[in-house]
Write a protein that binds this ligand. Structure first.
Ligand SMILES: *Cc1c(COP(=O)(O)O)cnc(C)c1O
Length: 362
C-alpha cells in the first residue's frame, strides 16, 4: 500500500468535487497513466478483472452467430472459465506447455471446430503465451483472441507491452496482484471503436441521455479505487524490482535441487515476478507438493496450491469435462506450489523458507 498520508492527499479533493464515480477525474487520470505504463493503445477501467472479462466477451458479441466454443486452458483461476460460461459460451480445454504452463499452441488446431469463435489464453504467472503462434492460428480460422493478462501487469516481450497482443487483454487490479486498486481491472485493446462500446456496456448499456442500446451491467471503477491506483502506480517499478530480488534469492537457494522445477523468465521478457511457482516431482525430490505445503504450514509459512484443482475438475465443471484430456495441466496441478512472494519479503526469510523446502527432500 502507499503510505496513509499519500493516499489521504490523493483523495482530499474528492471532498471538493464530490465526484465519486462515473468516470471522474481520478478515473480518467489513472486510465491515461496505466495506458502509458503498459504501452498499450487504449485502456478501459473496470470495477474488477472478472467483470472486465465478461464485458469484453459481451462487447464482441461472441456466440451471436451460433459459434459458441472458446478454447482456453484449465490451468487458470476460476474467473477465466466462469466468464466464458456465464456469457453462454462453452469452454473447450486445451493442454498447456510443461515449461511455462501457458496454452500449448501445437494442441490448439485439433480443437478448432466450425463452432469455435475465440481463444482465451492466459499469461499464467506473468509468463507470456506464444503470441505469434496463437496469432497465426486465429488469423487462419477467423477467430477472436482475448488474453487473460490478470497476472501480467507490466510484463514486456521484446519491449512490447503484453497488453498489445490479440484483440484485447484483461488485467486485474485485485489487492493480491502486483499492481492494485483494492478491487479493479481493465481491458487493453487497439480498436478505437471498442472504447465507447466498452464504456457503455460497463454502464448499463447507456449510450446517451435518452438512449440505452445494450443490455449492459454496472462495472464502473469508483474514484477511491482509482486514487489507490494512482498512488500505487507511482511505486510500481520499485515494487517489481523488490520482487525480482526476492525471486532471484529463491532461485539461488533452490537451483539444482533434484526434482524442483521453476519457470524463470525468458531473456526477451521483462517479468513482473508476480508469483513464485515451484513444481515438485515427488520421485526425484523425495517428497510430494502436499508434504512441502504441510511442512511450510507447520512453520507458519503460507504457500498455495495455485492452481489446484484444475478447472475441469471443479464440481461445477467435472460432469462435462475430463481432466485426463489435458494431461500436462493435470500433472502441473498435482505438483505446483506457489511460494510466498511480495515486495517486502525479507531475503533472510526467503532463506528460511527455502531451508524448510530443502529439508523435505531428506
Ligand atoms: C485475479 C484473476 C482474475 C480475476 O480478476 P479479479 O480482479 O479478481 O476479478 C482472472 N483471471 C486470473 C488468471 C486471475 O488471477
Amino acid at each position: 500500500m502507499p503510505s496513509f498520508e499519500e493516499y489521504c492527499d490523493e483523495i482530499r479533493d474528492l471532498w471538493d468535487t464530490l465526484w465519486l464515480t462515473n468516470r471522474g477525474v481520478k478515473h480518467r487520470q489513472l486510465e491515461d497513466m496505466i495506458q502509458e505504463y503498459l504501452g498499450v493503445e487504449y485502456m478501459t477501467l473496470f470495477v474488477n478483472g472478472h467483470s472486465a472479462l465478461e464485458c469484453i466477451l459481451e462487447t464482441m458479441e461472441l456466440g451471436r452467430d451460433g459459434r459458441n466454443e472458446v478454447i482456453t486452458t484449465p490451468f487458470t483461476f476460476a474467473s477465466t472459465i466462469h466468464a466464458i460460461v456465464r456469457k453462454g459460451l462453452k469452454p473447450v480445454f486445451c493442454d498447456i506447455k510443461p515449461d511455462d504452463f501457458t496454452i500449448d499452441p501445437d494442441k490448439i488446431e485439433a480443437l478448432v471446430t466450425p463452432r469455435t469463435c475465440a481463444i482465451l489464453p492466459v499469461h499464467v504467472y506473468g509468463n507470456v503465451c506464444d503470441v505469434d503462434a496463437i496469432g497465426s492460428i486465429v488469423r487462419e480460422h477467423d477467430l477472436k483472441v482475448v488474453y487473460d493478462a490478470a497476472h501480467a501487469f507490466g510484463v514486456l516481450k521484446d519491449g512490447v507491452g503484453v497488453g498489445s497482443f490479440g484483440d484485447a487483454s484483461m488485467f486485474s487490479f485485485h489487492a493480491t496482484k502486483v499492481f492494485h486498486t483494492i478491487e479493479g481491472g481493465a481491458i487493453a485493446h487497439s480498436d478505437s471503436l471498442l472504447c465507447d462500446k466498452l464504456a457503455q456496456w460497463r454502464n448499463f448499456g447507456i449510450t446517451g441521455t435518452e438512449s440505452v442500446e445494450y443490455v449492459g451491467g454496472n462495472s464502473k471503477m469508483n474514484e477511491f479505487a482509482a486514487a489507490m491506483g494512482i498512488c500505487n502506480l507511482r511505486h510500481i517499478d520499485v515494487e517489481i524490482a523488490k520482487r525480482k530480488a526476492v525471486a532471484e534469492r529463491y532461485w539461488a537457494n533452490l537451483e539444482g535441487v533434484p526434482g524442483i522445477q521453476f519457470c524463470k523468465p525468458k531473456p526477451n521478457v521483462r517479468h513482473n515476478y508476480a508469483y513464485m511457482p515451484v513444481l515438485f516431482d515427488p520421485s526425484a525430490f523425495g517428497a510430494t507438493r502436499d508434504d512441502v505445503l504441510e511442512a511450510l504450514a507447520a512453520e507458519g509459512i503460507g504457500a498455495r496450491k495455485y492452481f489446484y484443482p484444475i478447472a475441469s475438475d471443479f464440481e461445477c465443471y467435472r460432469s462435462e469435462h475430463d481432466s485426463s484430456e489435458t494431461p500436462v495441466a493435470k500433472w502441473a496441478g498435482d505438483r505446483i506450489l506457489a511460494l510466498p512472494i511480495y515486495a517486502d519479503l525479507a531475503l533472510d526469510d526467503v532463506d528460511r523458507i527455502c531451508a524448510v523446502v530443502r529439508k523435505c527432500a531428506n
